[in-house]
Design a protein around this ligand. Structure first.
Ligand code: G6P
Length: 372
């Protein structure tokens, strides 16, 4: 009913709008006033966390993209090797696991059979399994050693939105907690991230306040045949997520690529008028990734692409090459997906609506897939 949808015509629109609160709920009680990470629910012991020498993340669909983002943060903060794998491939490949491996299983529903079977396989190999889940008492948390709930509230739209933000935030908490417990990050480094995370729900709210032009842009692209998404660093999984949303909701051919990989093949796809969405890294970030991305935008534009550029407020270097410029608030690089994902959700949702599709119930998809 309209009441259940809180006045929105679709659950997905309601759930997109709930993201500042959903994110705050994931973080609540887990960031101490002293600037440390507190995970005091059902969890592994500090000693278990100290004994870990390798991390595996297993998940499907949107949750897999949250895992790809987590890899950047976990390896950077903890210096532990971290692999991310689609749950449906994991156990068939004979992954190398033992009791000092931490397997993080990410699943909104907690019922995805591919992910559940990966969890069971990991436990058979004696690995420690931590679930990141949105559904209390579901199967995956019950089959895991410990669980971190994302607490985003029920999500009805088939395409995940607010629970993706919750999953990314939960992964960041796990990464910081690991680094803190293992003594790899100094207390003041953890405290600086605690402070930044605390501000994120407000930045998410600000981002939502500025996405209106994205709707208009999306409607103008309803007739496009395909859309490419480019990213670098954590912007790459965000690009994959933007492409997945467009496939799921608008039934459009969409692909996400690491921008550096363009020259090795995908650039052949560029033809006049092709919309290319670019998730630009912060100009304050590492290794001049920003400058390299500006070159990539120039390259695709020179070949006729219509560039849709998602860039930080104050990033003027991208302006000459952006046919459409979408601004997001400045954040530290590893936290940026919590804001850069939002315009991509709105873009896919609005484009699907412009094509006359039901964004809550896309064809052929189920909210939770309980077959392998
Ligand atoms: C289904 C849904 C996707 C979701 C995936 C994983 O395929 O259509 O939107 O990302 O399952 O779901 P989970 O509940 O495990 O996060």
């Amino acid at each position: 009913s309209a009441a259940e949808k809180g006045g929105f015509p679709y659950f997905m629109l309601k759930e997109i709008s709930e993201q500042p609160d959903a994110l705050a709920d994931t973080l609540r009680g887990r960031l101490s006033p002293e600037g440390s990470i507190v995970l005091d629910e059902e969890r592994l012991s500090d000693q278990d966390f100290r004994d870990i020498d390798k991390v595996f993340i297993v998940a499907c669909g949107t949750a897999y993209h949250a895992g790809l983002i987590a890899k950047y943060a976990i390896e950077h903060w903890t210096r532990l090797p971290c692999e991310v794998e689609m749950a449906s491939e994991f156990r068939y490949r004979d992954p190398v696991l033992d009791r000092s491996t931490l397997v993080v299983a990410i699943s909104q529903s907690g019922e995805t059979l591919d992910t559940l079977m990966a969890v069971k396989h990991a436990r058979e190999q004696k690995a420690r399994v931590l679930a990141i889940c949105n559904t209390n008492g579901s199967t995956i948390p019950r089959e895991s050693d410990a669980v971190l709930y994302t607490r985003c509230g029920p999500e009805v739209g088939v395409a995940a939105t607010k629970t993706f933000l919750g999953q990314v935030a939960a992964c960041l908490l796990v990464g910081l907690f690991l680094a803190q417990t293992r003594g790899v990050l100094y207390g003041d480094e953890v405290a600086a991230y605690v402070d930044r995370l605390q501000r994120m729900p407000e930045l998410v709210r600000r981002t939502l306040g500025t996405v209106e032009p994205v709707r208009e842009l999306a409607r103008s692209l309803a007739g496009a045949k395909a859309v490419l998404f480019l990213g670098r660093h954590v912007g790459y999984p965000v690009a994959l997520e933007g492409a997945l949303k467009l496939k799921e909701l608008a039934y459009m051919h969409a692909e996400g690529f690491p921008a550096g990989e363009l020259k090795h093949g995908p650039i052949a796809l560029i033809e006049p008028g092709l919309p290319v969405v670019v998730v630009v890294p912060s100009p304050r970030g590492r290794a001049n990734l920003h400058g390299k991305m500006v070159s990539n935008i120039q390259e695709v534009r020179a070949r006729g692409a219509r560039t849709i550029v998602i860039a930080e407020e104050g990033d003027t270097a991208v302006e000459p090459y952006a046919d459409h410029l979408i601004r997001v608030p400045a954040t530290s690089s590893l936290l940026a997906p919590l804001v850069t994902t939002l315009p991509l959700q709105v873009f896919a949702c609005e484009l699907a609506l412009a094509r006359g599709l039901d964004v809550d119930q896309p064809r052929n998809l189920a909210k939770s897939v309980t077959v392998e």
